[in-house]
Design a protein around this ligand. Sequence first.
Ligand SMILES: [Zn+2]
Ligand SMILES: [Zn+2]
Ligand SMILES: [Zn+2]
Length: 177
Amino acid sequence: MSDLSASALPGTTAASCAHAIEQSTRAEAALAAAEAKCHAQGVRLTPIRRQVLATLYGTHRPLGAYDLAEQLAPKGRRLAPITVYRALDFLIEQHLVHRLVSLNAYVACPHAHSDGKPVAFLICEACGGVDEIEQPALAEALSELLSGEGFQSRTTTIEITGACAHCGDGSAVARSL
Ligand SMILES: [Zn+2]
Ligand SMILES: [Zn+2]
Ligand SMILES: [Zn+2]
């Protein structure tokens, strides 16, 4: 996916890292695509579902359900977490959001994949940014391994923590995803 190709700006800090910039530039298009997808599926992106998704698309960091409840709260009030969880369940079902088990947090999915193929998340411990990589060869190899073991996988996400190309050594590598 070339939408993730990052030519890191020199001197970007954690507060305005390349992830944040990438995320904000594609948030609107991603939300529009999500709306079209729901329409095509005949499911409703209700206002609360849309708000949860928009909030997730608006940040480069994974958010927990309570963070979401707080951010979406009308002034002074807090949204019931159950409301947020229900919206998240829907969004996960529609493959618009993924749950990161290691962080117990959620990220909006920028890809248009719709099945249970394995996806890998690269979680940067420095800037908090998360990149989702779709790598058919990886997915295939993993599926083969699992069926070889006769293992029925329930979760299909791989979570790798470390330092992203922007934070690692300051010089972003050319990426070819
Ligand atoms: Zn970052
Ligand atoms: Zn995804
Ligand atoms: Zn980083």
